[in-house]
Design a protein around this ligand. Structure first.
Ligand code: FBP
Length: 260
């Protein structure tokens, strides 16, 4: 873990990562509610909102769209990722090297770690390689810390999310992105295990504005450092509206009611 407060992917020590790798992870079904979200240019436009400290995309989207937005958006290249078209052990292959991410302008890199999978050993070895390479390029590393696999009975339990976050600290992530643990107290417990490493909440499926901002507020009050959010932004007709609310909660300390 390094101090990333000076990194372009944080503002006042916090991050709002606009995640947009769902076309790979879930497929076009995630774009059905708001068809314009199929168009990466639309989501890059959304990412120019002041609240957004980086956009997280796969290599192909970065290559095609980031050059038009490099003055307005910070780029987080997601190095691994997988479709949900298969049904074997959770595993997320490496799709991009750190070197190539740096070449196309990355300000940070991201990696999904499925601790608990039968393939955890391979994913941990790959994480070691990309983490050390990212250090050589001076790029912060964000771990999508998602325990998953046959031994994981409840990936939303406080103990499993705490373990996920702790794995991020142990393996050298600069930010661990974890699921919301269900309450402010549970998030406090999670974050109590992570030392100085930044912890951000993962957005999850779409909720009402107030319910979503309440989760974000709980995370911040628990000592969290922001969020990584996809569907709760791009599946809205008014993505800027929810980003206004997120900005107020994360950077101004407003309550969800004030922010709505
Ligand atoms: P959301 O805010 O939409 O949940 O996005 C965060 C994210 O981690 C994405 O980067 C990724 O595509 C997706 O969630 C993975 O979701 P799942 O839990 O279904 O694997």
């Amino acid at each position: 873990m390094k101090d990333i407060d000076d990194s372009p992917i944080t503002r006042d020590g916090n991050s709002v990562i606009l995640a947009y790798d769902h076309g790979l992870e879930h497929g076009p079904v995630d774009f059905e509610d708001v068809p314009e979200s199929k168009d990466p240019a639309h989501v890059f436009d959304v990412a120019t909102h002041d609240a957004v400290t980086s956009i997280a995309v796969q290599k192909g989207i970065a290559e095609g769209y980031y050059p038009s937005y490099e003055d307005d958006v910070n780029l987080l290249v997601k190095l691994n990722g997988t479709s949900n078209l298969w049904s074997t052990e959770p595993y997320s292959p490496l799709n991009c090297s750190v070197e190539y991410a740096a070449e196309i302008g990355a300000d940070a890199v991201g990696y999904t770690m499925y601790a608990g999978s039968n393939r955890e050993d391979h994913m941990a070895e790959t994480f070691r390689e990309i983490q050390e390479e990212a250090r050589r390029y001076g790029l912060p590393v964000v771990m999508w810390a998602y325990p998953r696999g046959q031994p994981i009975k409840n990936d939303k339990s406080t103990s499993i999310i705490s373990y996920a976050a702790r794995i991020g600290l142990e393996l050298g992530a600069d930010i661990a992105k974890v699921k919301y643990a269900g309450s402010r107290g549970a998030m406090q417990e999670v974050i109590s295990n992570t030392g100085e490493m930044n912890v951000v909440m993962s957005g999850g499926s779409k909720k009402s504005d107030e319910a979503f901002l309440a989760d974000v507020h709980d995370t911040m009050e628990a000592g969290g450092d922001g969020l990584a959010v996809g569907r709760n932004v791009f599946q809205r007709e008014d993505p800027e509206g929810i980003l206004d609310g997120i900005e107020k909660v994360v950077f101004d300390g407003d309550s969800p009611t004030e922010a709505v």
